[in-house]
Design a protein around this ligand. Structure first.
Ligand code: DGJ
Length: 344
């Protein structure tokens, strides 16, 4: 009897040790970035956070992105017959958390799809893209903006949602045509003075708008600028370095890659100077087969920024990958080099 008890005890002990070792392994499985490779979360599942952005809050990074459904099809809607409108069910917005930017824990869906009401912006038959979140110190709310659209991309609106905590369930407020114009690809930027801006492709994607939000970040203040008219810039990603603003964007070719460009300005609502392609080397003309989504300053590391791109897989969108690359500067000029593997 004693022997049986001892054997059972040893078995349970071994099981516990091996489970703990597995968790420790998965929580610390990465010590570097491997752009374009499959990236697993701490549960061992591929990260599903596309077109995303990252918020740093009280010592933790939160990565928000499109939670894509697992079947991709070419949209049969006759309105989109002229272009390759591949789509998948809009599964809401996912959130992952990390202390080191390499290893990410799935926190769940922070904006749930509405599977009941087909009229809702959040119904899986619609489009939910490029969610970004910032924190408002005055209202103590986390504010998410995202591109919401009909399945044929004609609704072209900006949606907004709020939450009391970074990884809680966001409450969807609704959508709008900001400043009376359509809005598709977008990003959010909160400046050091706590003013926040929505940057979005507008006027049929021809012109990039930069719009100052109200103090609660829930509306547009009425102050905005029209930038790069007729240049069809998408996928904006913005950051500030040495008191200059840098804006990376893509051309407008659906899910297919094209050449990135960047622009610089002294203030967000000021005059932007369009410059050239920041990417260098092999496949730089196709942005390494990816498209910008966010520019992330690394906390506590001076002058360290990560350029985040999505490597879309248009016929299997859930299998799209992530290309995170280090940003460098040649004097003031922005340079992005490919790296098979890197760490900051
Ligand atoms: C390009 C955009 O950047 C993506 O977010 C997505 O909207 C695709 N177009 C759809 O074709």
């Amino acid at each position: 009897m004693k022997k049986v008890f001892l054997a059972a005890f040893s078995f349970i002990l071994l099981l516990l040790i091996s489970c703990t070792a597995k968790n420790v392994n998965q929580e610390n499985q990465y010590k570097s970035f491997k752009p374009g490779e499959i990236w697993l979360d701490t549960d061992g599942n591929p990260i599903n956070a596309h077109g995303g952005g990252v918020l740093f809050h009280e010592g933790t990074y939160y990565w928000y992105g499109e939670y894509k459904g697992d079947s991709t099809y070419r949209n049969p809607n006759p309105n989109v017959a002229g272009w390759e409108c591949y789509r998948t069910e809009a599964g809401g917005v996912s959130c992952y958390s990390s202390k080191d930017l390499y290893n990410w824990k799935f926190e769940g869906k922070v904006l749930e799809p509405d599977t009941v009401n087909i009229g809702s912006d959040l119904h899986p038959s619609k489009v939910l893209e490029r969610p970004k979140v910032i924190y408002n110190e005055k209202t103590k709310k986390f504010v998410m903006w995202l591109h919401v659209d009909s399945d044929d991309y004609w609704k072209a609106s900006a949606g907004v949602a709020t939450c009391d905590s970074p990884a809680g369930k966001f409450n969807y407020i609704g959508s709008m045509h900001p400043n009376g114009q359509i809005s598709r690809d977008m990003t959010l930027y909160k400046d050091d003075d706590k003013r926040a801006y929505l940057l979005y492709s507008s006027e049929g994607n021809a012109t990039l708008y930069i719009s100052l939000l109200t103090d609660d970040y829930l509306q547009h203040s009425g102050r905005y600028t029209r930038n790069f008219p007729e240049k069809y810039r998408e996928a904006p990603a913005v950051f500030k370095h040495n008191n200059k603003f840098y804006l990376i964007s893509s051309g407008c070719t659906g899910w297919d890659p094209n050449k990135a460009e960047y622009a610089m300005a002294d203030s967000l609502l000021g005059q932007w100077t369009a410059l050239n392609n920041p990417c260098r080397g092999v496949d730089a003309e196709k942005t390494y087969y990816s498209q910008s989504t966010f520019a992330l300053p690394v906390n506590g590391k001076k002058d360290t920024y990560i350029a985040m791109f999505d490597k879309w897989n248009k016929t299997d969108l859930i299998a799209s990958r992530y290309v995170w690359l280090p940003v460098s500067f040649n004097s003031d000029s922005l340079v992005i080099n490919w790296a098979d593997e890197w760490s900051y």
